[in-house]
Design a protein around this ligand. Structure first.
Ligand SMILES: C[S@@+](CC[C@H](N)C(=O)[O-])C[C@H]1O[C@@H](n2cnc3c(N)ncnc32)[C@H](O)[C@@H]1O
Length: 274
């Protein structure tokens, strides 16, 4: 067992990991991430204190599922891509997607988080881990820049200071011949409500970067190609929503969200090309 004493933003990945395990225990999981469940068995931590509920776990699993599906599409079209999975935490995306052999995949997070990963998950070919604060940009020099890049930031941008996060994204867009960014965003209103956000409250982490509209990244060199707001990805009438099979309580919660603009626009998942 690995004893873990992470706090603040490093602890948030324990909440997302636990959420994925909770989803995996449902009769009809949304993500079905068995690796999350297996990882929990190796981590000595009081997960109960994170306050994860079945409904919040379904939300986290659905976000990961949308991102997996978009990432798989990109890798299908670019089987020699570089993948930068920024703020990977303990997420097992590289194992879930099992990318084509020519894809070079980098999982990047704080050194302590990467250290935990290496003690729990197996190695694989063309897969490297980089332990660094993501906004210390020296790590970029370790990445080949001659191929299309898929950049994934799930549950990360909101923890970055806007200036540092903006500079990171600007440098990334300049570095590769072409690429795609897939990331989720929280609105400025959502950042203001941070004490009401169970993951932030229970880990003592601070939310910084609110993004209301995906086109805010245009000035950094990006072009929005898709954006789902919270109600879209929980909407049983949309193709994304139909596939999830959310529980009744989550469907009800999000049916109400649809009619309250501040809540509807609180959380989004976007896809940008550069
Ligand atoms: C909410 S968790 C998400 C983890 C994973 N992407 C997932 O969805 O399960 C946020 C992750 O971002 C990482 N993170 C936050 N700020 C960071 C920074 N400045 N540098 C490196 N990693 C950071 C945290 O350590 C944590 O693993």
């Amino acid at each position: 067992m690995e004893k873990v004493t992470f706090t603040e933003e490093k602890a948030t990945m324990l909440a997302t990991l636990y959420s994925k395990a909770v989803d995996n225990r449902l009769a009809n999981p949304i993500l079905g991430d068995q690796a999350a469940e297996d990882a929990l068995e190796h981590i000595d931590y009081d997960f109960e204190k994170l306050g994860v509920t079945t409904a919040s776990a379904e939300g986290i699993a659905a976000r990961a599922k949308v991102i997996d599906d978009w990432a798989a599409e990109y890798l299908h079209d670019h089987p020699n891509a570089i993948v930068l999975h920024m703020g990977c935490g303990m997420d097992s995306r590289v194992f879930r997607l099992d990318p084509p052999p020519a894809v070079q995949w980098f999982d990047i997070d704080y050194p302590e988080v990467i250290d935990l990963r290496t003690r729990i998950y197996p190695q694989r070919a063309n897969y490297q881990l980089i332990g660094t604060p993501i906004t210390d940009l020296a790590w970029l020099d370790r990445i080949p820049s001659d191929r299309p890049a898929l950049i994934v930031a799930e549950g990360l941008l909101v923890y970055l200071k806007p200036e540092a996060g903006g500079e990171l994204l600007r440098q990334l867009a300049r570095r590769f011949p072409s690429g795609e960014l897939i990331a989720d965003m929280l609105s400025r209103f959502g950042v203001k409500l941070q004490k009401a956000t169970p993951i932030a409250r229970n880990t003592g982490s601070t939310l910084h970067w609110g993004i209301d509209d995906p086109t805010e990244l245009d000035q950094l060199g990006y072009h929005t190609t898709a954006c789902l707001d919270a109600a879209d990805w929980f909407d049983p009438r949309t193709p994304e929503g139909q596939n999830f099979g959310f529980s009744r309580s989550v469907r009800l919660q999000f049916a109400m969200t649809r009619y309250i603009p501040g809540l509807r626009r609180l959380a989004k998942i976007g896809r940008w090309s550069f």
